[in-house]
Design a binder for this molecule. Structure first.
Ligand SMILES: NC(=O)c1ccc[n+]([C@@H]2O[C@H](COP(=O)([O-])OP(=O)(O)OC[C@H]3O[C@@H](n4cnc5c(N)ncnc54)[C@H](OP(=O)(O)O)[C@@H]3O)[C@@H](O)[C@H]2O)c1
Length: 276
């Protein structure tokens, strides 16, 4: 297995460029899936309070025998936990379920602009970072205007903006805005529910490199410079998704995939999404 590169975060820490996503992994499958990912060489796990599987993610990490400082753990603050006291309670809850005294990255899951509490929440997260409960803080599903309010009203630029990116929603402007601000883009739903697997340009590249369509798409994310966090509960796919460091797409192949963009979301719009 080829090594997963580390990327530098603006906090001074580093993050593996490829991690393991856990959304929609039910609790009774999560420990086995995360354990398999760690066994195969993944060293970054993405979970969230809202996923309902932090306890099982923590159990898999503890059971892996891998030293704590060799596994990068991300979790997220849910929409109903915006606010100063709420943020502390939310993080304490996540740490308790994970069985950890610190997470590597804590993200505001959605900005929920209609509540207008994300700046206050961010200031609370700065405090939690200063206490050592979190190494780096970041955001998810933030548009440029939300990022700029954080920069204008607080002293900390997010380390990461985790947003929906895949061949049908390439988010070039938002990725550039993140980069201009020193924020790494982390691509969620990178495989877009498998829909782009049948695209001719993806199939052609897969054949040319003797790789699967999923591997071609993950490679495209990596060559954009993004962090990418594919999810699978299928051992063969968990293995396949990490075998993406032994080939490179050509400039022509990257350009052909760029042509697939159609601005199509699989998930909610961050400008309007409220807590369910
Ligand atoms: N911040 C946010 O708001 C947000 C939102 C969504 C997701 N996320 C994060 O991003 C992670 C990834 O996104 P996602 O889970 O939505 O989607 P994804 O990783 O793009 O795709 C997962 C789906 O693709 C299948 N799959 C995985 N590898 C495959 C392969 N090699 N070949 C064929 N099919 C494959 C999986 O099936 P099986 O599992 O059945 O194998 C599953 O149905 C999440 O798990 C979560 O950690 C964050």
């Amino acid at each position: 297995m080829a090594g997963i590169p580390d990327l530098d975060l603006n906090s001074g820490a580093t993050i593996p460029q490829l991690g393991f996503g856990t959304w929609q992994i039910p609790p009774d499958e999560a420990e086995a899936a995360v354990a398999e990912a760690l066994r195969l060489g993944y060293r970054s796990i993405d979970t969230a309070a809202a996923y309902g599987n932090e306890r099982e993610v923590g159990a898999a990490i503890a059971g892996s025998g891998i030293p704590r400082d060799e596994v990068f753990v991300t979790t997220k603050l849910w929409n109903t936990d915006h606010g100063t006291n709420e943020a502390r309670a939310a993080l304490e809850g996540s740490l308790g379920r994970l069985g950890l005294d610190r997470v590597d990255l804590y993200l505001i899951h959605w900005p929920v602009p209609s509540n207008d509490r994300y700046v206050e929440t961010w200031q609370a997260m700065e405090g939690l970072r200063d206490e050592g409960l979190v190494t780096s803080i970041g955001v998810s599903n933030f548009n440029v205007e939300h990022l700029d309010r954080l920069a204008d009203e607080t002293g900390t630029v997010p380390a990461v903006n985790q947003v929906e990116v895949h061949p049908y929603l390439q988010q070039e402007a938002l990725r550039r805005a993140n980069a201009d601000r020193g924020i790494l883009t982390e691509d969620w739903s990178p495989l877009a529910e498998g829909q782009p697997f049948d695209e001719g340009v993806v199939k052609d590249a897969a054949e040319a490199h003797s790789k699967s369509p999923a591997q071609v798409i993950l490679r495209w994310h990596l060559q954009l410079g993004s962090i990418v966090i594919p999810k699978s509960v299928t051992p063969e796919r968990i293995a396949e998704n990490i075998e993406v460091f032994d080939f490179a797409l050509s400039g022509e192949e990257m350009n052909a995939i760029a042509e697939l963009d159609r601005g199509e979301r699989t998930g909610p719009d961050p400008a309007t999404f409220v807590a369910p």
